[in-house]
Design a protein around this ligand. Structure first.
Ligand SMILES: Cc1cc2nc3c(=O)[nH]c(=O)nc-3n(C[C@H](O)[C@H](O)[C@H](O)COP(=O)(O)O)c2cc1C
Length: 160
């Protein structure tokens, strides 16, 4: 099962978390790779059953470049794939959940099936998708690895 983790990152936090998700997916035996939305491997993306997208939180939503990318998402033939979303933010009340909802909404419009990594899996619960908060980004790495494992397990259940 191939997977793509796509991100926009200006100062590195979102890239770091994308790499933690990839690590978790690989631990769950998925062929996962991370790409900046500015340097995609389109063939890998086309051949991915699972597509996870992450953004920094800007003004309590996705960044502008991520919004533009989301408006071109259907061109990558993502319909029918499993989708998930994550965010990084400066503040716990800074809008990371809203940024995640924007990504998930675009995925739904494109005909993707979305999954959160969710509450039914026990602790740590992940409600909409993981949000890494604050300066100490390393503190959230383990959560993002676990999220990657859960997304990979769900994709394998659906597509293997
Ligand atoms: C223009 C701009 C707007 C931002 N707006 C918010 C915000 O509304 N809420 C928040 O919690 N953090 C906000 N931040 C902080 C970023 O979301 C946070 O530092 C993020 O981890 C940066 O990701 P990156 O290192 O991948 O670029 C903002 C940062 C910038 C540059």
């Amino acid at each position: 099962m191939n997977a793509s983790v796509l991100y926009f990152s200006q100062t590195g936090n979102t890239k770091t978390m994308a790499e933690s998700i990839v690590q978790g997916m690989q631990e769950a035996k998925a062929e996962a790779r991370a790409f900046s939305i500015e340097a995609l491997d389109e063939e890998w993306l086309r051949n991915s059953d699972c597509v996870i997208i992450g953004t920094p939180t800007y003004y309590a939503d996705v960044s502008g470049k991520m919004k533009l990318f989301l408006e071109s998402l259907s061109a990558y033939k993502v319909a029918g794939k499993l989708g998930g979303a994550f965010a990084t933010a400066q503040y716990i009340h800074g809008g990371g959940d809203i940024a995640i909802q924007t990504i998930l909404r675009h995925m739904l419009v494109c005909g993707m099936a979305v999954y959160s990594g969710g509450g039914a899996q026990g602790k740590p619960v992940i409600h909409l998708g993981p949000v890494a908060v604050g300066q100490d980004i390393d503190a959230d790495r383990q959560l993002f690895r676990l999220y990657g494992q859960r997304m990979a397990d769900k994709a394998k259940m659906l597509f293997a």
